[in-house]
Design a protein around this ligand. Sequence first.
Ligand code: NDP
Length: 444
Amino acid sequence: MSYVDEVLEVVQKKNADQPEFLQAVTEVLDSLRPVIDANEELYKKNAILERITEPDRQFMFRVPWVDDNGQVQVNRGYRVQFNNAIGPYKGGLRLHPSVNLGIIKFLGFEQIFKNALTTLPIGGGKGGSDFDPKGKSDREIMAFCQSFMTELCKYIGADVDVPAGDIGTGAREIGFMFGQYKRIRGSYEGVLTGKGLTYGGSLVRTEATGYGLLYLTQELMKCHGESMEGKTICVSGAGNVAIYAIQKAHQMGAKAVTCSDSTGWVYDPDGIDVALLKEVKEVKRARLTEYAAARPNAQYHEGRGVWQIKCDIALPCATQNELLLEDAKQLVANGCKAVCEGANMPTTLDATKYLQENGVWFVGGKAANAGGVATSALEMSQNSERLSWSFEEVDAKLQNIMVTIYHNLDDAAKRYGVEGDYVAGANIAGFEKVVEAMLAQGVC
Ligand code: NDP
Protein backbone atom coordinates (compact mmCIF):
# COMPACT_ATOMS: atom_id res chain seq x y z
CA MET A 1 0.00 0.00 0.00
CA SER A 2 1.35 3.46 -0.84
CA TYR A 3 2.09 6.00 1.89
CA VAL A 4 -0.83 8.17 0.69
CA ASP A 5 -3.27 5.25 0.98
CA GLU A 6 -1.94 4.27 4.42
CA VAL A 7 -2.49 7.80 5.72
CA LEU A 8 -5.90 8.12 4.07
CA GLU A 9 -6.99 4.96 5.88
CA VAL A 10 -5.91 6.37 9.26
CA VAL A 11 -7.49 9.78 8.58
CA GLN A 12 -10.75 8.07 7.63
CA LYS A 13 -10.76 6.03 10.85
CA LYS A 14 -10.02 9.03 13.04
CA ASN A 15 -12.50 11.40 11.39
CA ALA A 16 -15.31 9.10 10.31
CA ASP A 17 -17.97 11.64 11.32
CA GLN A 18 -16.52 14.49 9.21
CA PRO A 19 -17.37 13.81 5.53
CA GLU A 20 -16.36 17.26 4.22
CA PHE A 21 -12.96 17.02 5.88
CA LEU A 22 -12.40 13.49 4.56
CA GLN A 23 -13.33 14.59 1.04
CA ALA A 24 -10.90 17.51 1.15
CA VAL A 25 -8.02 15.38 2.47
CA THR A 26 -8.69 12.66 -0.11
CA GLU A 27 -8.81 15.13 -2.99
CA VAL A 28 -5.70 17.03 -1.96
CA LEU A 29 -3.58 13.94 -1.20
CA ASP A 30 -4.71 12.28 -4.43
CA SER A 31 -3.57 15.25 -6.47
CA LEU A 32 -0.26 15.26 -4.58
CA ARG A 33 0.61 11.66 -5.42
CA PRO A 34 3.37 12.60 -7.92
CA VAL A 35 5.30 14.64 -5.34
CA ILE A 36 4.61 12.28 -2.42
CA ASP A 37 5.57 9.16 -4.36
CA ALA A 38 8.81 10.85 -5.44
CA ASN A 39 9.73 11.65 -1.81
CA GLU A 40 8.01 8.76 -0.03
CA GLU A 41 10.88 7.69 2.23
CA LEU A 42 11.65 11.18 3.53
CA TYR A 43 8.02 12.14 4.08
CA LYS A 44 7.13 8.85 5.74
CA LYS A 45 10.09 8.95 8.13
CA ASN A 46 9.05 12.44 9.15
CA ALA A 47 5.32 11.58 9.26
CA ILE A 48 4.64 14.62 7.08
CA LEU A 49 1.18 13.48 5.95
CA GLU A 50 0.09 12.39 9.44
CA ARG A 51 1.15 15.80 10.77
CA ILE A 52 -0.30 17.90 7.97
CA THR A 53 -3.73 16.24 8.27
CA GLU A 54 -3.95 16.78 12.06
CA PRO A 55 -4.65 20.38 13.17
CA ASP A 56 -2.14 21.96 15.55
CA ARG A 57 -5.13 22.59 17.82
CA GLN A 58 -8.86 23.23 17.68
CA PHE A 59 -11.06 25.28 19.97
CA MET A 60 -14.80 24.85 20.51
CA PHE A 61 -16.61 27.18 22.83
CA ARG A 62 -20.01 28.39 24.06
CA VAL A 63 -21.23 31.73 22.69
CA PRO A 64 -24.10 33.04 24.85
CA TRP A 65 -25.84 36.27 23.81
CA VAL A 66 -29.12 38.06 24.53
CA ASP A 67 -31.65 38.57 21.71
CA ASP A 68 -33.98 41.56 21.28
CA ASN A 69 -36.68 39.84 23.37
CA GLY A 70 -34.35 39.50 26.34
CA GLN A 71 -33.98 35.77 25.72
CA VAL A 72 -30.52 34.22 26.14
CA GLN A 73 -29.38 32.32 23.04
CA VAL A 74 -26.46 29.90 22.87
CA ASN A 75 -24.34 29.13 19.81
CA ARG A 76 -21.17 27.15 19.35
CA GLY A 77 -17.95 28.88 18.28
CA TYR A 78 -14.96 27.25 16.54
CA ARG A 79 -11.39 28.09 15.68
CA VAL A 80 -9.15 25.48 14.10
CA GLN A 81 -5.45 26.37 13.96
CA PHE A 82 -4.30 23.92 11.35
CA ASN A 83 -0.71 24.62 10.37
CA ASN A 84 1.63 27.54 11.07
CA ALA A 85 4.81 26.27 9.41
CA ILE A 86 5.13 29.31 7.16
CA GLY A 87 3.39 32.05 9.16
CA PRO A 88 0.64 32.94 11.66
CA TYR A 89 -2.62 31.05 11.14
CA LYS A 90 -4.88 32.90 8.72
CA GLY A 91 -8.40 32.13 7.53
CA GLY A 92 -11.93 33.48 7.72
CA LEU A 93 -14.76 33.18 10.23
CA ARG A 94 -17.89 31.61 8.79
CA LEU A 95 -21.22 32.44 10.42
CA HIS A 96 -23.85 30.05 9.06
CA PRO A 97 -26.22 27.47 10.59
CA SER A 98 -24.49 24.68 8.65
CA VAL A 99 -21.16 25.24 10.41
CA ASN A 100 -19.73 22.29 12.34
CA LEU A 101 -16.26 21.06 13.27
CA GLY A 102 -15.86 18.94 10.10
CA ILE A 103 -16.63 21.88 7.82
CA ILE A 104 -14.25 24.19 9.66
CA LYS A 105 -11.51 21.52 9.50
CA PHE A 106 -12.12 21.03 5.76
CA LEU A 107 -11.83 24.77 5.13
CA GLY A 108 -8.79 25.12 7.41
CA PHE A 109 -6.98 22.25 5.70
CA GLU A 110 -7.53 23.75 2.22
CA GLN A 111 -6.46 27.16 3.52
CA ILE A 112 -2.95 25.84 4.32
CA PHE A 113 -2.20 25.26 0.63
CA LYS A 114 -4.08 28.27 -0.69
CA ASN A 115 -2.20 30.59 1.68
CA ALA A 116 1.13 28.99 0.83
CA LEU A 117 0.44 29.68 -2.85
CA THR A 118 0.11 33.43 -2.26
CA THR A 119 3.92 33.58 -1.75
CA LEU A 120 3.26 35.42 1.55
CA PRO A 121 4.05 34.18 5.09
CA ILE A 122 0.64 32.97 6.27
CA GLY A 123 -0.33 29.63 7.77
CA GLY A 124 -3.73 27.90 7.58
CA GLY A 125 -6.70 28.23 9.94
CA LYS A 126 -10.46 28.71 9.90
CA GLY A 127 -13.24 29.42 12.36
CA GLY A 128 -16.82 30.43 12.78
CA SER A 129 -20.08 29.56 14.43
CA ASP A 130 -23.47 27.97 13.74
CA PHE A 131 -24.98 31.43 14.39
CA ASP A 132 -27.32 32.60 11.59
CA PRO A 133 -26.92 36.35 10.96
CA LYS A 134 -29.98 36.44 8.63
CA GLY A 135 -32.83 38.52 10.02
CA LYS A 136 -30.91 39.61 13.13
CA SER A 137 -30.90 43.25 14.23
CA ASP A 138 -27.65 45.23 14.37
CA ARG A 139 -27.79 45.03 18.16
CA GLU A 140 -28.15 41.24 18.09
CA ILE A 141 -25.23 40.96 15.66
CA MET A 142 -23.11 43.10 17.96
CA ALA A 143 -24.12 41.05 21.01
CA PHE A 144 -23.14 37.83 19.23
CA CYS A 145 -19.84 39.23 17.88
CA GLN A 146 -18.81 40.59 21.27
CA SER A 147 -19.53 37.31 23.01
CA PHE A 148 -17.77 35.32 20.27
CA MET A 149 -14.67 37.51 20.55
CA THR A 150 -14.69 37.42 24.36
CA GLU A 151 -13.69 33.77 24.08
CA LEU A 152 -11.80 33.84 20.75
CA CYS A 153 -9.46 36.64 21.91
CA LYS A 154 -7.65 34.17 24.19
CA TYR A 155 -6.32 32.26 21.19
CA ILE A 156 -5.53 34.86 18.50
CA GLY A 157 -3.12 37.76 18.00
CA ALA A 158 -1.33 39.69 15.24
CA ASP A 159 1.62 37.25 15.31
CA VAL A 160 -0.39 34.19 16.30
CA ASP A 161 -3.62 33.84 14.37
CA VAL A 162 -5.34 36.50 12.24
CA PRO A 163 -8.97 35.70 11.31
CA ALA A 164 -10.83 37.43 8.47
CA GLY A 165 -14.32 37.57 6.97
CA ASP A 166 -16.13 34.71 5.23
CA ILE A 167 -19.78 33.84 4.63
CA GLY A 168 -21.84 35.85 7.13
CA THR A 169 -18.85 37.85 8.38
CA GLY A 170 -18.50 41.16 6.56
CA ALA A 171 -17.18 44.61 7.46
CA ARG A 172 -19.85 45.15 10.14
CA GLU A 173 -19.04 41.93 12.01
CA ILE A 174 -15.26 42.46 11.70
CA GLY A 175 -15.73 45.96 13.19
CA PHE A 176 -17.68 44.66 16.21
CA MET A 177 -15.14 41.87 16.79
CA PHE A 178 -12.17 44.21 16.46
CA GLY A 179 -13.72 46.60 18.98
CA GLN A 180 -14.22 43.81 21.51
CA TYR A 181 -10.68 42.44 21.05
CA LYS A 182 -9.23 45.91 21.64
CA ARG A 183 -11.40 46.38 24.70
CA ILE A 184 -10.45 43.11 26.36
CA ARG A 185 -6.78 42.89 25.38
CA GLY A 186 -6.08 46.62 25.48
CA SER A 187 -3.99 46.18 22.36
CA TYR A 188 -4.43 47.95 19.03
CA GLU A 189 -3.03 45.42 16.61
CA GLY A 190 -3.74 43.82 13.25
CA VAL A 191 -5.56 40.87 14.78
CA LEU A 192 -8.25 40.72 12.08
CA THR A 193 -8.26 41.60 8.38
CA GLY A 194 -11.07 43.02 6.30
CA LYS A 195 -11.16 46.05 8.60
CA GLY A 196 -12.59 49.44 7.60
CA LEU A 197 -10.17 51.91 5.98
CA THR A 198 -10.28 54.24 9.01
CA TYR A 199 -8.98 51.57 11.39
CA GLY A 200 -6.32 49.59 9.57
CA GLY A 201 -8.04 48.18 6.48
CA SER A 202 -6.25 48.03 3.14
CA LEU A 203 -7.03 49.77 -0.11
CA VAL A 204 -7.70 47.34 -3.01
CA ARG A 205 -9.15 44.66 -0.68
CA THR A 206 -12.59 45.25 -2.22
CA GLU A 207 -11.28 44.86 -5.78
CA ALA A 208 -8.59 42.27 -4.97
CA THR A 209 -10.23 38.97 -5.88
CA GLY A 210 -11.67 40.15 -9.22
CA TYR A 211 -8.57 42.13 -10.18
CA GLY A 212 -6.27 39.29 -9.12
CA LEU A 213 -8.26 36.82 -11.22
CA LEU A 214 -7.66 38.97 -14.30
CA TYR A 215 -3.95 39.49 -13.55
CA LEU A 216 -3.49 35.72 -13.40
CA THR A 217 -5.62 35.14 -16.50
CA GLN A 218 -3.60 37.75 -18.41
CA GLU A 219 -0.34 36.01 -17.52
CA LEU A 220 -1.77 32.61 -18.49
CA MET A 221 -2.79 34.01 -21.89
CA LYS A 222 0.55 35.78 -22.34
CA CYS A 223 2.47 32.56 -21.70
CA HIS A 224 0.40 30.91 -24.44
CA GLY A 225 1.19 33.72 -26.86
CA GLU A 226 -2.17 35.47 -26.51
CA SER A 227 -3.13 38.93 -25.27
CA MET A 228 -6.31 40.07 -23.52
CA GLU A 229 -6.90 42.77 -26.12
CA GLY A 230 -10.13 42.14 -28.04
CA LYS A 231 -11.01 38.90 -26.23
CA THR A 232 -14.64 38.11 -25.43
CA ILE A 233 -15.20 36.98 -21.85
CA CYS A 234 -18.17 35.28 -20.20
CA VAL A 235 -18.49 36.04 -16.49
CA SER A 236 -21.03 34.55 -14.09
CA GLY A 237 -22.14 36.24 -10.88
CA ALA A 238 -22.85 39.88 -10.19
CA GLY A 239 -21.30 40.24 -6.76
CA ASN A 240 -17.96 41.45 -5.45
CA VAL A 241 -15.75 39.09 -7.45
CA ALA A 242 -17.71 39.36 -10.73
CA ILE A 243 -18.01 43.16 -10.72
CA TYR A 244 -14.27 43.80 -10.30
CA ALA A 245 -13.34 40.99 -12.69
CA ILE A 246 -15.48 42.68 -15.37
CA GLN A 247 -13.99 46.08 -14.57
CA LYS A 248 -10.41 44.86 -14.89
CA ALA A 249 -11.20 42.86 -18.05
CA HIS A 250 -12.38 46.07 -19.71
CA GLN A 251 -9.29 47.95 -18.51
CA MET A 252 -7.21 45.28 -20.23
CA GLY A 253 -9.01 45.80 -23.54
CA ALA A 254 -11.16 42.66 -23.37
CA LYS A 255 -14.96 42.65 -23.44
CA ALA A 256 -17.01 40.92 -20.74
CA VAL A 257 -20.46 40.25 -22.21
CA THR A 258 -22.36 38.33 -19.51
CA CYS A 259 -23.16 38.34 -15.80
CA SER A 260 -25.69 36.47 -13.68
CA ASP A 261 -27.38 36.36 -10.30
CA SER A 262 -29.33 33.68 -8.47
CA THR A 263 -32.43 34.17 -10.62
CA GLY A 264 -31.24 34.98 -14.14
CA TRP A 265 -28.51 36.18 -16.47
CA VAL A 266 -27.70 38.96 -18.89
CA TYR A 267 -26.06 38.93 -22.32
CA ASP A 268 -24.90 42.40 -23.31
CA PRO A 269 -23.09 42.22 -26.67
CA ASP A 270 -21.81 45.80 -26.24
CA GLY A 271 -19.96 44.76 -23.07
CA ILE A 272 -21.30 44.88 -19.51
CA ASP A 273 -21.67 48.45 -18.23
CA VAL A 274 -19.87 48.20 -14.86
CA ALA A 275 -21.20 51.47 -13.46
CA LEU A 276 -24.77 50.38 -14.18
CA LEU A 277 -24.17 46.89 -12.79
CA LYS A 278 -22.80 48.39 -9.56
CA GLU A 279 -25.78 50.71 -9.30
CA VAL A 280 -28.22 47.81 -9.75
CA LYS A 281 -26.49 45.24 -7.49
CA GLU A 282 -24.58 47.30 -4.89
CA VAL A 283 -26.80 50.36 -4.46
CA LYS A 284 -30.34 49.29 -5.35
CA ARG A 285 -29.74 45.61 -4.50
CA ALA A 286 -32.13 44.83 -7.36
CA ARG A 287 -32.45 42.01 -9.90
CA LEU A 288 -30.63 41.96 -13.24
CA THR A 289 -33.90 42.71 -15.05
CA GLU A 290 -33.24 46.34 -14.06
CA TYR A 291 -29.85 46.20 -15.77
CA ALA A 292 -31.33 44.82 -19.00
CA ALA A 293 -34.12 47.40 -18.95
CA ALA A 294 -31.56 50.21 -18.99
CA ARG A 295 -29.46 48.83 -21.89
CA PRO A 296 -30.99 48.75 -25.38
CA ASN A 297 -29.07 45.72 -26.72
CA ALA A 298 -28.92 43.64 -23.54
CA GLN A 299 -30.99 40.47 -23.22
CA TYR A 300 -32.22 39.10 -19.89
CA HIS A 301 -32.95 35.38 -19.44
CA GLU A 302 -34.42 33.56 -16.46
CA GLY A 303 -32.45 30.68 -14.95
CA ARG A 304 -28.89 29.75 -15.85
CA GLY A 305 -27.16 29.95 -19.22
CA VAL A 306 -24.12 32.27 -19.43
CA TRP A 307 -21.87 29.46 -20.72
CA GLN A 308 -23.79 29.08 -23.97
CA ILE A 309 -22.49 32.45 -25.21
CA LYS A 310 -19.45 32.14 -27.49
CA CYS A 311 -16.31 33.39 -25.71
CA ASP A 312 -12.51 33.15 -25.61
CA ILE A 313 -12.32 33.08 -21.81
CA ALA A 314 -14.83 31.95 -19.14
CA LEU A 315 -14.65 33.26 -15.57
CA PRO A 316 -17.11 31.60 -13.17
CA CYS A 317 -17.46 34.08 -10.29
CA ALA A 318 -20.81 33.25 -8.66
CA THR A 319 -20.99 30.13 -6.54
CA GLN A 320 -20.07 26.45 -6.18
CA ASN A 321 -21.09 23.89 -8.84
CA GLU A 322 -22.35 26.42 -11.41
CA LEU A 323 -20.31 25.18 -14.40
CA LEU A 324 -21.51 21.68 -15.26
CA LEU A 325 -20.38 19.06 -17.78
CA GLU A 326 -22.94 20.24 -20.35
CA ASP A 327 -21.59 23.81 -19.98
CA ALA A 328 -18.01 22.58 -20.41
CA LYS A 329 -19.03 20.85 -23.64
CA GLN A 330 -20.67 24.04 -24.91
CA LEU A 331 -17.59 26.12 -24.05
CA VAL A 332 -15.29 23.70 -25.87
CA ALA A 333 -17.60 23.60 -28.90
CA ASN A 334 -17.54 27.42 -28.97
CA GLY A 335 -13.74 27.55 -29.00
CA CYS A 336 -13.18 28.80 -25.44
CA LYS A 337 -9.45 28.81 -24.65
CA ALA A 338 -9.27 29.40 -20.91
CA VAL A 339 -11.38 28.93 -17.78
CA CYS A 340 -10.20 30.56 -14.55
CA GLU A 341 -12.25 30.24 -11.37
CA GLY A 342 -13.11 33.42 -9.46
CA ALA A 343 -15.51 31.59 -7.16
CA ASN A 344 -14.67 28.63 -4.90
CA MET A 345 -15.34 25.29 -6.61
CA PRO A 346 -17.69 26.65 -9.34
CA THR A 347 -16.73 23.91 -11.81
CA THR A 348 -17.86 20.35 -11.15
CA LEU A 349 -15.21 17.61 -11.24
CA ASP A 350 -16.47 16.05 -14.48
CA ALA A 351 -16.62 19.47 -16.15
CA THR A 352 -13.04 20.23 -15.05
CA LYS A 353 -11.87 16.93 -16.45
CA TYR A 354 -13.65 17.54 -19.77
CA LEU A 355 -12.14 21.01 -20.12
CA GLN A 356 -8.62 19.75 -19.34
CA GLU A 357 -8.93 16.79 -21.71
CA ASN A 358 -10.07 19.09 -24.49
CA GLY A 359 -7.13 21.44 -24.25
CA VAL A 360 -8.77 24.31 -22.34
CA TRP A 361 -6.32 26.03 -19.97
CA PHE A 362 -8.02 25.57 -16.60
CA VAL A 363 -6.91 27.32 -13.40
CA GLY A 364 -8.83 26.42 -10.22
CA GLY A 365 -9.99 28.86 -7.57
CA LYS A 366 -7.28 27.96 -5.08
CA ALA A 367 -4.83 29.85 -7.30
CA ALA A 368 -7.04 32.07 -9.45
CA ASN A 369 -8.99 33.70 -6.60
CA ALA A 370 -6.06 33.91 -4.17
CA GLY A 371 -5.87 37.70 -4.71
CA GLY A 372 -8.34 38.18 -1.87
CA VAL A 373 -6.36 36.40 0.83
CA ALA A 374 -3.09 37.79 -0.58
CA THR A 375 -4.37 41.33 -0.08
CA SER A 376 -5.44 40.41 3.44
CA ALA A 377 -1.83 39.44 4.07
CA LEU A 378 -0.80 42.83 2.66
CA GLU A 379 -3.20 44.38 5.21
CA MET A 380 -1.26 42.53 7.93
CA SER A 381 2.02 43.92 6.58
CA GLN A 382 0.68 47.48 6.62
CA ASN A 383 -0.62 47.03 10.18
CA SER A 384 2.76 45.73 11.35
CA GLU A 385 4.50 48.75 9.79
CA ARG A 386 1.78 51.10 11.07
CA LEU A 387 1.55 52.51 7.55
CA SER A 388 -1.09 52.56 4.84
CA TRP A 389 0.00 52.02 1.28
CA SER A 390 -1.55 53.84 -1.67
CA PHE A 391 -4.01 52.11 -4.00
CA GLU A 392 -1.32 51.93 -6.70
CA GLU A 393 1.21 50.38 -4.32
CA VAL A 394 -1.13 47.61 -3.15
CA ASP A 395 -2.39 47.02 -6.69
CA ALA A 396 1.17 46.65 -8.03
CA LYS A 397 1.98 44.14 -5.28
CA LEU A 398 -1.20 42.20 -6.05
CA GLN A 399 -0.34 42.06 -9.72
CA ASN A 400 3.15 40.82 -8.96
CA ILE A 401 1.77 38.14 -6.60
CA MET A 402 -0.73 36.80 -9.16
CA VAL A 403 1.91 36.61 -11.89
CA THR A 404 4.23 34.75 -9.50
CA ILE A 405 1.45 32.36 -8.47
CA TYR A 406 0.85 31.46 -12.12
CA HIS A 407 4.53 30.71 -12.70
CA ASN A 408 4.83 28.72 -9.46
CA LEU A 409 2.02 26.39 -10.42
CA ASP A 410 3.15 26.13 -14.01
CA ASP A 411 6.70 25.22 -12.87
CA ALA A 412 5.45 22.71 -10.27
CA ALA A 413 3.29 20.95 -12.88
CA LYS A 414 6.23 20.77 -15.29
CA ARG A 415 8.62 19.42 -12.65
CA TYR A 416 6.30 16.50 -11.87
CA GLY A 417 5.45 15.62 -15.46
CA VAL A 418 1.91 16.99 -15.48
CA GLU A 419 2.57 20.06 -17.63
CA GLY A 420 -0.53 22.16 -18.21
CA ASP A 421 -2.39 20.59 -15.25
CA TYR A 422 -2.64 23.80 -13.24
CA VAL A 423 -4.88 22.17 -10.62
CA ALA A 424 -2.21 19.63 -9.69
CA GLY A 425 0.43 22.37 -10.06
CA ALA A 426 -1.36 24.56 -7.49
CA ASN A 427 -1.61 21.81 -4.89
CA ILE A 428 1.99 20.74 -5.43
CA ALA A 429 3.42 24.28 -5.26
CA GLY A 430 1.59 25.07 -2.01
CA PHE A 431 2.39 21.70 -0.45
CA GLU A 432 6.11 21.82 -1.29
CA LYS A 433 6.55 25.16 0.44
CA VAL A 434 4.80 24.03 3.63
CA VAL A 435 6.67 20.71 3.76
CA GLU A 436 10.05 22.37 3.30
CA ALA A 437 9.30 24.63 6.28
CA MET A 438 8.03 21.68 8.37
CA LEU A 439 11.16 19.64 7.66
CA ALA A 440 13.40 22.60 8.56
CA GLN A 441 11.60 23.13 11.87
CA GLY A 442 11.99 19.55 13.14
CA VAL A 443 9.40 17.43 14.88
CA CYS A 444 6.68 19.82 16.04
P1 NDP B 1 -21.31 37.91 -3.53
O1 NDP B 1 -22.28 37.45 -2.51
O2 NDP B 1 -20.87 39.35 -3.55
O3 NDP B 1 -21.84 37.59 -5.00
C1 NDP B 1 -22.23 36.34 -5.41
C2 NDP B 1 -22.99 36.52 -6.71
O4 NDP B 1 -23.29 35.25 -7.26
C3 NDP B 1 -24.31 37.25 -6.50
O5 NDP B 1 -24.54 38.10 -7.59
C4 NDP B 1 -25.31 36.11 -6.47
O6 NDP B 1 -26.62 36.47 -6.90
C5 NDP B 1 -24.70 35.19 -7.48
N1 NDP B 1 -25.18 33.83 -7.33
C6 NDP B 1 -25.41 33.14 -6.20
N2 NDP B 1 -25.89 31.93 -6.47
C7 NDP B 1 -25.96 31.86 -7.82
C8 NDP B 1 -26.39 30.87 -8.72
N3 NDP B 1 -26.82 29.69 -8.27
N4 NDP B 1 -26.34 31.13 -10.06
C9 NDP B 1 -25.90 32.34 -10.51
N5 NDP B 1 -25.49 33.32 -9.68
C10 NDP B 1 -25.53 33.07 -8.37
O7 NDP B 1 -20.07 36.94 -3.37
P2 NDP B 1 -18.58 37.15 -3.86
O8 NDP B 1 -18.58 37.79 -5.20
O9 NDP B 1 -17.80 37.74 -2.77
O10 NDP B 1 -18.11 35.62 -3.98
C11 NDP B 1 -18.38 34.85 -5.11
C12 NDP B 1 -17.59 33.56 -5.00
O11 NDP B 1 -16.20 33.86 -4.90
C13 NDP B 1 -17.90 32.67 -3.79
O12 NDP B 1 -17.70 31.33 -4.19
C14 NDP B 1 -16.81 33.07 -2.80
O13 NDP B 1 -16.56 32.02 -1.88
C15 NDP B 1 -15.65 33.26 -3.75
N6 NDP B 1 -14.55 34.08 -3.24
C16 NDP B 1 -14.77 35.37 -2.87
C17 NDP B 1 -13.72 36.14 -2.41
C18 NDP B 1 -13.90 37.58 -2.10
O14 NDP B 1 -12.89 38.23 -1.80
N7 NDP B 1 -15.08 38.15 -2.20
C19 NDP B 1 -12.35 35.56 -2.24
C20 NDP B 1 -12.22 34.21 -2.73
C21 NDP B 1 -13.30 33.50 -3.17
P3 NDP B 1 -27.65 37.35 -6.02
O15 NDP B 1 -27.25 38.77 -6.31
O16 NDP B 1 -28.97 36.98 -6.56
O17 NDP B 1 -27.45 36.94 -4.58
